[in-house]
Design a binder for this molecule. Structure first.
Ligand SMILES: [Zn+2]
Length: 257
């Protein structure tokens, strides 16, 4: 994997246009499919409604966002309603966050958020464009990256260093069970995964997760049985091979944090 990108043709004059061309070329040339390991992704025609790339082997789609500065709590995305409607469909894309250094013409970070981490809460509706705008009334979206647990940020390149392909594929497979989980049930599961991450230890007890009862009650005010719900989610995580039950109310994350 090479990190420098090729120069865009001089006909592209604006900096952002050049950066887009160069980063897309980089993805087309170097990016493998983190879902199935296929060595290359295919490029979709420009103006495809949501995605930019697809995998010819497993058909997963990818949307690429690239920028100079590190990604923060949210990233602007396309039409809100299209995005929401796509959440349940097979063509909902995985999100590639690509961070580059334009001066050095090189890639710094490539992080993929698998599509199974996208729940309705993560898509924020933006204000409709003003009546004076060219696309008056159009409603865009933000993706709230701050709501994605760290297990949902699969790095391919981190601080200019490529991760082993097998590590990337392992990290991806670890949460694939979420795809089998209905969208409505995924919210709770993701929240409990976040609590487990916040504990910050590979081994933890049921009480450590119960400590987040207040946080979860705030998120789900209608649920009056938060503790049983926590136990139920831990059971799903255990059945999915994400954590192991090691007895006496103790659990262990299957992979290192
Ligand atoms: Zn694939």
């Amino acid at each position: 994997m090479k990190f420098e990108f090729e120069e865009a043709p001089a006909s592209y004059t604006s900096g952002s246009q050049r950066a887009r061309i160069m980063t897309e070329r980089w993805v087309a040339q170097w990016m493998f499919c983190p879902n199935c390991g296929n060595p290359q992704l295919g490029q979709l025609p420009n103006n495809a409604p949501v995605a930019d790339f697809f995998c010819p082997s497993c058909s997963d789609q990818y949307e690429v966002k690239s920028q100079k500065k590190a990604f923060g709590a949210k990233v602007a995305d396309g039409a809100y309603y299209t995005k929401r409607d796509r959440l349940n469909s097979a063509t909902n894309p995985n999100l590639v966050l690509l961070n580059y250094d334009l001066a050095a013409s090189s890639i710094r970070n490539v992080c993929v958020v698998p599509k199974h981490f996208f729940v309705p809460d993560i898509i924020e509706k933006r204000k409709p464009l003003a009546a004076t705008a060219r696309r008056a009334g159009w409603v865009g979206s933000n993706i709230l990256l701050s709501l994605v647990p760290s297990s949902g940020r699969i790095f391919v390149v981190r601080d200019g260093v490529a991760l082993e392909k097998n590590t990337v594929l392992d990290n991806w497979r670890r949460t694939l069970f979420l795809r089998e989980t209905a969208l409505e049930a995924r919210g709770w599961l993701l929240e409990v995964m976040k609590c487990v991450e916040l504990i910050g230890r590979r081994e933890f007890g049921l009480d450590d997760v119960y400590a987040f009862e207040g946080r979860l009650s705030t998120l789900y005010p209608d649920n009056r049985n938060v503790k049983p719900k926590i136990r139920q989610q831990l059971q799903v995580l255990r059945d999915s091979g994400y954590i192991d039950f090691i007895g006496r109310g103790q659990y262990r994350l299957r992979s290192a944090m």
